[in-house]
Design a protein around this ligand. Structure first.
Ligand code: SAH
Length: 395
């Protein structure tokens, strides 16, 4: 195994079992490891620190896997890690709340670069690191053994693979191709999931709990669901008999799927309007036309892909939330989210406070949203915490 030597003074994070070593922290590489090869990390004195995947094309040059020198990272090691992650989701699946969840969440499940989502009997897999790509056959085999899925579909078409010097990979890996829409249940609501063409791996199951929590407030209310995608918040609000829901998304496919999801569920004459538009434009239009709502949901895509983008993203979040506040009825509720890992809750609250000042409104935080148990946050990898939200009463 090839040795990689860490710079003096860079030991702390490794000793604290943080799984990333940046290229700038590396003193030297004793040999020429292939990308994705497992190497030994040594301190400057030559003492063992950890084993990890090596990649010289990535800013994260090493993704650490194991800190015990005596342990061999073999097939059994990988199978065990997969088994532990899958077993940890059994309570979510057994409660009957859903048949759909994230089974494996990358570093947060000690499997850097591997994401597996379960949609009823079908699995969608995403591999984002070259190291994990080498282990793919074992992962697929273990998932088949544990779950016997109807299909496993490769959605490794994310642009982040480029950072690892990898080509996209897409298509059926095991079983027969899934139907165009796989029917799943979440919070008692039925959805058709387009595994091959949907965004990310097809569905945002990370909002499962938050949709239910928000819906508790929606009875008899007029709701505006911005960035609605396939209707998660929209449908949960109808389930609790919202008076009306308006869904806004810029994606034609998302709106089309939302409409078919609405039909899948037997709500009694839902008063629904779907608008395919840019949310910022549409919010301004509502403002001009004097249309107001009891509840506004803002669940935008990731505005800050990295810490360096945070300042610009903060302005975008502020402006979006200011617009959202301006079309709320007095005392209305704003459910606002950020899925940018670089944005922490304290900063997010500050941004909402600024937006309120600009809008001339008073805001009370009445609930904090977070990511659900199938998207765990490892204590040694705080970067895994990405989804946060605030339920605000706006006066
Ligand atoms: N709330 C959704 C998930 C939202 S994902 C749920 O519960 O499932 C973000 C969505 O924002 C995507 O559907 C994307 O199409 C949409 N989007 C991105 N930029 C947009 C914009 N400027 N205007 C409107 N929609 C946008």
């Amino acid at each position: 195994m090839i040795d990689v030597v860490l710079k003096k003074g860079k030991e702390k994070a490794v000793l604290h079992k943080h799984p990333w070593v940046f290229s700038g922290a590396i003193e030297k590489v004793k040999g020429k490891p292939a990308n994705g090869e497992i190497v030994r990390l040594l301190n400057i004195k030559g003492e063992f620190m950890a084993y990890g995947f090596y990649n010289d094309q990535s800013r994260v040059a090493l993704r650490l896997l194991e800190w015990d020198e005596q342990v061999t990272i073999d097939e059994a090691w990988w199978r065990e890690k997969v088994g532990v992650a899958v077993a940890a989701r059994s309570s979510i699946l057994e409660e009957g709340v859903t048949d759909t969840c994230r089974l494996i969440f990358s570093e947060s499940d000690y499997l850097p670069g591997l994401i597996v989502d379960k949609y009823a009997d079908h699995l969608s897999l995403q591999i984002l690191t070259s190291g994990m790509e080498n282990i793919k056959p074992v992962i697929i085999d273990e998932l088949q053994k544990l779950l016997n899925p109807a299909s496993i579909f490769d959605r490794s078409d994310a642009s982040s693979r480029e950072h690892e010097g990898m080509q996209p990979s897409f298509g059926i890996l095991a079983g027969s191709p899934p139907p165009e829409l796989v029917e799943v249940v979440e919070n008692g609501i039925r959805y058709g999931i387009n595994i091959a063409e949907g965004q990310k791996s097809g569905f945002y199951c990370d909002q499962r709990d938050n949709r239910r929590i928000l819906a508790d407030y929606a009875n008899g209310k007029t709701v505006l669901d911005c960035f609605s995608y396939t209707g998660g918040f929209t449908l949960n609000c109808f389930q609790n008999e919202a008076k009306s829901v308006t869904s806004v998304d810029s994606s034609a496919l998302a709106i089309e799927t939302l409409k078919s999801n609405l039909e899948l569920n037997d709500f009694e004459q839902p008063d629904h309007r779907a608008i395919q538009s840019d949310v910022n434009k549409q919010l301004r239009k509502f403002r001009e036309e004097g249309e107001t709502f009891d509840i506004v949901v803002l669940d935008p895509p990731k505005y800050a892909p990295s810490r360096s983008a945070l300042e610009r993203a903060s302005r975008a979040y502020k402006d979006l939330n200011r617009l959202g506040m301006l079309i709320l009825k007095p005392g209305g509720l704003l459910a606002t989210f950020s899925c940018s890992g670089a944005m922490d809750m304290t900063t997010f609250k500050q941004i909402i406070a600024w937006a309120a000042l600009d809008a001339g409104k008073q805001v009370q935080f009445i609930h904090q949203f977070c990511q659900p148990g199938d998207h765990p946050v490892s204590a040694t990898f705080p970067e895994g915490e990405y989804l946060k939200g605030l339920l605000c009463r706006v006066l």
